[in-house]
Ligand binder design. Structure first.
Ligand code: SF4
Ligand code: FES
Length: 252
C-alpha cells in the first residue's frame, strides 16, 4: 500500500521546477494620513514566472512593506475584488502572470472612483449605479406552484450578462464615467440587460425608464473600452446596444 508520505514525495518529484524571475513592481501609493498627494514606490522581487500578480503583491506586503493596501479575496478571477490599472489596462491582479509583465510592471488604482488608500477605491458610487437598475428578479404574478420555467433559447438571450462579477473594470475604463460620475456606467447596464431580457422578469419597462434618464444608457459613446476591459469576456458594448435598441423600439 502506498503511504501518504510516498504520495507527497512522488508528487514533489513530478512537479516541474521553474527558475524564478526578477520583477520590479511600481505602485502608485496614496495615504491621506501621510500626504495629500500620491507618490510612487517600487520593489524588485524574485518570483515564479507562473505566479499571479496578486501573489507578488502579497509577497511585497508580507515581506517588504506591510502598509501596502489592496483588495483581493478569491485569487481565481471570481470575486471581482482586485481590479487594478496594470500597465495602463484595467485587469484583475489574480489573472495576470508574473511572466506576462516581467521585468517591470506599473500598478495604479482603477480610475474614476476616489482613492481611499493605495489601490483601494471607494466603490459606493459604482454600487449606487448597480443598485439603481433594480438588479433582482421582479414578478407580480405571484408565487408559481413549481419553478418558473424558461426555454433554453430564452435562457440563452441573457447568458453572457449573467457572467458579471461586479469588478468595475468596465465602468472605470469608460471615459464618459470619468467625466460624469452620475452616469450609471457599463456594469449597471450589463446587469440591467441580465434582467430586461429574462423572460421570467416583469420589470423590464421600469428598468428601461431608469436607463432612459440622462444618467442612463444614452450617455454611452460606444468607445468599446468596457468590452476590452472585461475580464469575463462579456460583450459589454453589445449588451449596451441591445438595451438602447430595446428602449428605442420597445422590443425586448
Ligand atoms: S461587465 Fe465585466 S468588467 Fe464590467 S463589472 Fe461585470 S465582469 Fe467586471
Ligand atoms: S481576487 Fe477574486 S477576482 Fe481576483
Amino acid at each position: 500500500m502506498v503511504t501518504a508520505a510516498e504520495v507527497l514525495d512522488s508528487s514533489d518529484q513530478e512537479r516541474p521546477t521553474t527558475d524564478t524571475i526578477p520583477l520590479t513592481v511600481r505602485v502608485r501609493r496614496f495615504n491621506p494620513e501621510v500626504s495629500e498627494d500620491s507618490w510612487w514606490d517600487e520593489w524588485t522581487v524574485r518570483c515564479d514566472p507562473l505566479e499571479r500578480l496578486v501573489e507578488v503583491l502579497h509577497q511585497i506586503k508580507w515581506h517588504h512593506d506591510g502598509t501596502l493596501s489592496f483588495r483581493r479575496s478569491c485569487a481565481h478571477g471570481i470575486c471581482g475584488s482586485d481590479a487594478m490599472l496594470i500597465n495602463g489596462r484595467n485587469q484583475l491582479a489574480c489573472k495576470v502572470l508574473a511572466q506576462d509583465v516581467s521585468p517591470r510592471v506599473t500598478i495604479e488604482p482603477i480610475r474614476g472612483l476616489s482613492v481611499l488608500k493605495d489601490l483601494i477605491v471607494d466603490m459606493e458610487p459604482f454600487m449606487d449605479g448597480y443598485r439603481s437598475i433594480l438588479p433582482y428578479l421582479i414578478s407580480d404574478s405571484g408565487e408559481p406552484e413549481k419553478e418558473r420555467r424558461q426555454s433554453p433559447e430564452d435562457r440563452h438571450r441573457y447568458d453572457d450578462t449573467t457572467k458579471c462579477i461586479l469588478c468595475a473594470a468596465c465602468t472605470t475604463s469608460c471615459p464618459v464615467f470619468w467625466g460624469d460620475d452620475g452616469y450609471v456606467g457599463p456594469a449597471a447596464i450589463v446587469n440591467a440587460h441580465r434582467f430586461i431580457f429574462d423572460s421570467r422578469d416583469e420589470a423590464g419597462r421600469e428598468r428601461m425608464k431608469i436607463l432612459s434618464e440622462k444618467t442612463g444608457v444614452f450617455r454611452c459613446r460606444t468607445t468599446f473600452n468596457c468590452t476590452d476591459a472585461c475580464p469575463r469576456g462579456i460583450e459589454v458594448t453589445k449588451a449596451i446596444q441591445e438595451v438602447k435598441r430595446a428602449i428605442l423600439f420597445e422590443r425586448f
